[in-house]
Design a binder for this molecule. Structure first.
Ligand SMILES: [Zn+2]
Length: 105
């Protein structure tokens, strides 16, 4: 399996894991009400841009607990944390993820 084949296999596997967790529905909850739209995209809570990749590493960014199934662009925007504007929230989220990854190891 080539590197890019492996990568697309991993993405597919991750997609299926989130699909089964979400029951195929958008996982975003607003005011206590879960979105009723079908899941169409995967959103990263700590974003997977170059800066975050360098700071946190890909294992953490692609962890299931950093991913949320969403109905699309609008709810993607609600899920993503920005380290510049929400540094404390990002730090708390990352600390939780690191603890979980260590538990799983
Ligand atoms: Zn939604």
């Amino acid at each position: 399996m080539s590197r890019s084949e492996r990568r697309s296999f991993e993405i597919e596997e991750t997609w299926l894991d989130v699909m089964s967790r979400s029951g195929g529905r958008c996982e975003v909850v607003v005011d206590g009400i879960r979105c009723s739209e079908p899941m169409r995209e995967l959103a990263h809570i700590a974003p997977q841009d170059e800066m975050h990749k360098q700071i946190f590493g890909e294992e953490l960014l692609h962890h299931l607990d950093n991913l949320v199934g969403t109905c699309g662009t609008y709810h993607n925007g609600l899920v993503e944390l920005d380290v510049k504007t929400q540094p404390m929230k990002v730090a708390e989220h990352i600390a939780r993820l690191r603890a979980k990854i260590e538990e799983e190891a």
